[in-house]
Write a protein that binds this ligand. Structure first.
Ligand SMILES: *Cc1c(COP(=O)(O)O)cnc(C)c1O
Length: 385
């Protein structure tokens, strides 16, 4: 069957997942090798050295490209390695526009590493007219979007921004980690490049760190691939194999995450100790309509504000038992965290306050356990405050 006609839940299993030609092994071999034998100098089967190419990684890249309806894909050792490749591919001194509440690590690399090479301008990408003004003023080479954002789950109208990017000849990148390729396909909304931290939903089992980018822009892909080969953050074959394995259940996992998240968001919305719940699937979400238009689901991330101060937040976080208190997200197990102290600590307090990342804000990565158990766990923790 042609890749193009396969549905998503088939592609996650079969694209890049064909049986081994030599032995018939139904699962892909882990090509745990650094180098490849050549029959004559320069004569080889497309593989010379694993930093450049590895057959297990090639299979993963094939699958990922298909999931975002892209021609090209690069898999690297982490999401941050992908951010590094993309930003190094721009000419020195480029102006870059970036959403003002992006992932903490993206904010950190932009403000401590790439600020020495490029000019970075943070902007509210949910404000289309502000984006257009900034494009006119700075003539940026690239705009970096995250939607929904982390941890406030604000939604940018991707199509509107990519229309502007095309008009002003700005490359657009969407960090699609929170939705996974299952719920949102930024390239089909006009983006030039989509990236993921594979560490999160795409692999989904909290047992590997990785990143990827997909694009139809051949020259940008070539630049990034050459950088990966030069800088060296290529993913190890075993890690690529783990992601291939994790991806197989992406479609059913995302459905299960969303089902639980919806129930929990509604439970929290009705709770007397909760000030506010932010979940793109709720009608109360300020950009619910845009979310509905550009996503095919709302994911498993919920942010909520407790009634009370930092002491109460800490007490609540110490008293959940099933929800694990940990950074990261997107695994089958439920996690809970406090962005101001944990994931977003590298953002200065003043900026956090401006963004609304307050001390009573709690972020949930809802897993795929039985939802009744998850709600019982939250209820028990509420009782302690
Ligand atoms: C985790 C994350 C990253 C960074 O990925 P790593 O795999 O941790 O390097 C980038 N963007 C988002 C939205 C993330 O959640």
């Amino acid at each position: 069957m042609a890749k193009k006609t396969m549905k998503f839940a088939t592609r996650v299993i079969h694209v890049g997942g064909y049986p081994d030609k030599e032995t018939g092994a139904i699962m892909p071999p882990i090509y745990q090798t650094s180098t490849y034998v050549q029959s004559s100098p320069g004569k080889h089967k497309g593989y010379e050295y694993t930093r450049s190419h590895n057959p297990t990684r090639t299979r993963l890249e094939e699958c990922l490209a298909s999931l975002e309806e892209a021609k090209y894909s690069i898999v690297a050792s982490s999401g941050m390695a992908i951010v590094t490749l993309i930003l190094h591919a721009l000419p020195e001194g480029s102006n870059i526009l970036c959403g003002d509440d992006v992932y903490g690590g993206t904010y950190r690399i932009l403000t401590t590493v790439f600020n020495k090479i490029h000019n970075i301008h943070f902007i509210d990408t949910t404000d289309t007219s502000a984006v257009e003004l900034a494009m006119k003023e700075y003539k940026p080479k690239l705009i970096w979007l995250e939607s929904p954002t982390n941890p406030l789950l604000r939604i940018t109208d991707i199509k509107k921004i990519t229309d502007l990017s095309k008009k002003h000849k700005v490359l657009s990148v969407v960090d699609n980690t929170f939705m996974s390729s299952y719920f949102q396909k930024p390239l089909t909304l006009g983006a030039d490049i989509v990236m993921h931290s594979l560490t999160k939903y795409m692999n989904g089992h909290s047992d590997v760190v990785g990143g990827c980018m997909m694009t139809n822009n051949k020259s940008f892909y070539d630049k990034c691939w050459t950088l990966q080969n030069s800088l060296g953050p290529s993913q190890a074959p075993f890690d690529s194999w783990l992601v291939l394995r994790g991806l197989k259940t992406l479609a059913i996992r995302m459905e299960a995450h969303q089902k639980n998240a919806f129930k929990i968001a509604k439970y929290l919305e009705g709770h007397s100790l909760v000030e506010k719940v932010v979940y793109p699937g709720l009608k109360s979400h300020p950009q619910h309509k845009i979310a509905k238009k550009q996503m095919t689901g709302f994911g498993g991330m919920i942010t909520f504000f407790l009634k009370g101060d930092i002491k109460k937040s800490k007490k609540f976080l110490e008293n959940v038992k099933l929800f694990a208190l940990a950074e990261s997200l997107g695994g089958v197990e439920s996690l809970i965290e406090h962005p101001a102290i944990m994931t977003h600590h590298s953002i200065p307090k003043k900026v956090r306050d401006e963004l609304g990342i307050s001390d009573n804000l709690i972020r949930l990565s809802v897993g795929i356990e039985d939802c009744d158990d998850l709600i019982d766990d939250l209820e028990a923790a509420f009782k302690t405050i």
